[in-house]
Design a protein around this ligand. Structure first.
Ligand code: NAD
Length: 434
């Protein structure tokens, strides 16, 4: 089947590449000409393990192409996925400018039936706005459908997530739209397994809000437990293991740390809180989830201040800038809180990240970064771990100690076993391990 995907970011490019790998003919569109030029040259505009090979394979097979023109994409395919960004607006609500823009351009250019699919994470009821937009700008006398197909992939494991989904949720208003989407996903589900769930559009939109908010709640829950552990003399890792073996709870997303970040959880929880407020039904539980996430960072900052006493002029080595390992994405990453806060206290910062350094420096060009962990820690008074990259997990502790001015680690990710690090001669502060 022919498919267009508008927006070639973390979601759109992965989705388009995986659809083409499943045998469909795909056009990926982006209005950022630099991204499309890179893709034409065979370069990836984002880092995602395994993506480059899939893109290359399908471009060579003639199943995947790129364009900057939504008009071209509208002419090319009957089904058009919208995977543009929906970043938080000035008041925290999701900014729908890009989604609307694509809806308008598709409407102006379609001459026969088209199915517009919301792949971006959007507030419930967006499909109604999108439908009104299409009707306003439609020039031809033709039918169309708007559907919701929320995306659940995770950066860092986006390819296995997209090729082997637990479930595919589609919200549709017509049998035609549902059948088209089922046909698109048939080869993927036949190979990878997973359930195809057909529901109404608002339920599909809400499924995404509810899923991400639930996962964020699990993280905030264990972070709240971690603070009790510190006060009560328990070990949150052991508590989480004991909880997680209960299949009703499950072990995932029970990792205490510096708090959740990334382009999804903070924005999606916020959007759900606002939706509930707008509907006149305050979601107080989620407001608490947000509060715990914010105070968790402050709690880690307190550990740094208590350890250093005077922060000014202290050398702090930051290990990890990405919001999690295996991605170059720094949106809402904890590093974006710690770097300016520590800079304001006049600490001397040096950071290391194997992939996200470039994206971070687009925001904070003044941060000194180095390509080697030991060079980063040279003469440091404290190492702050913000991303549990494998290179950090596997660091040679004796060598690390030998290059530092003071062997102190504040570990925002519980990367190490406390006994091992302390035996290596470090003062070690982690999360929820008294
Ligand atoms: N990143 C994730 O892990 C993830 C997971 C699930 C869902 N989502 C959701 O998917 C959506 C996309 O997220 P992302 O991380 O891929 O964003 P992104 O910023 O990486 O990519 C969005 C792309 O859309 C392009 N774009 C914007 N307006 C356009 C237009 N009018 N025409 C053509 N292209 C346009 C941008 O240039 C950009 O390349 C968001 O709603 C996000 O919440 C993201």
């Amino acid at each position: 089947m022919k498919i267009s995907v508008v927006g070639t970011g973390y979601v759109g490019l992965v989705t388009g590449a995986c659809f083409s790998d499943a045998g469909h003919e795909v056009m990926c569109i982006d209005n950022n000409p630099k991204k499309i030029e890179m893709l034409h040259r065979g370069e990836m505009p984002i880092y995602e393990p395994g993506l480059e090979e899939i893109v290359k394979r399908n471009v060579e097979a003639g199943r995947l192409k790129f364009s900057t023109s939504v008009k071209e994409g509208t002419e090319f395919a009957e089904v058009i996925f919208i995977a543009v960004g929906t970043p938080p607006g000035p008041g925290g609500e999701a900014n729908m400018t890009y989604v609307e823009q694509v809806g308008r351009e598709v409407a102006e250019n379609m001459t026969s039936y088209r199915l517009l699919v919301e792949k971006s994470t959007v507030p419930a009821k967006t499909s109604e706005h999108l439908k009104r937009t299409v009707l306003k700008y439609l020039r031809a006398d033709t039918d169309f459908d708007v559907a919701s197909n929320p995306e659940f992939l995770r950066e860092g494991t986006a390819i296995p997530d997209a090729t082997n989904p637990d479930r595919v949720v589609v919200g549709v208003e017509s049998k035609r739209a549902g059948d088209l989407l089922e046909e698109i996903y048939k080869p993927i589900l036949a190979k990878g397994g997973g359930k195809f769930l057909r529901m109404n559009v608002t339920s599909a939109e809400l499924t995404k809000h509810a899923s991400n908010s639930f996962l964020a709640m699990k993280i905030s829950f264990i972070n709240a437990v971690s603070r009790i552990c510190e006060l009560a003399g328990a070990d949150v890792e052991q508590v989480a293991q004991g909880m997680g073996l209960d299949p009703r709870i499950g072990p995932r997303f029970l990792k205490a740390g510096v708090g959740y970040g990334g382009s999804c959880f903070p924005k999606d929880v916020d959007a759900f809180v606002r939706l509930a407020d707008a509907l006149g039904n305050e979601f107080t539980l989620l407001k608490e989830v947000q509060k715990i996430n914010k105070t968790q960072r402050e709690h880690v900052m307190k550990k740094i201040k208590q350890e250093l006493w005077v922060v000014q002029d202290k050398r702090i080595a930051i290990f990890g800038l990405a919001f999690k390992p295996e991605t170059d994405d720094v949106r809402e990453a904890p590093s974006l809180y710690f770097v300016p806060e520590l800079q304001a206290m006049k600490a001397k910062l040096r950071a290391w990240d194997p992939i996200a350094e470039g994206k971070f420096k687009e925001i904070h060009p003044d941060l000194e970064t180095v390509p080697d962990l030991y060079e980063c820690a040279k003469d440091a008074d404290l190492v702050l771990i913000l991303t549990e990259w494998d290179a950090v997990k596997n660091i040679d502790l004796a060598k690390l100690k030998s290059v530092m001015a003071c062997p102190v680690i504040v570990d925002g990710r519980n990367t190490f076993d406390p006994a091992t690090v302390r035996a290596a001669g470090f003062t070690y502060h982690s999360i929820g391990r008294a």
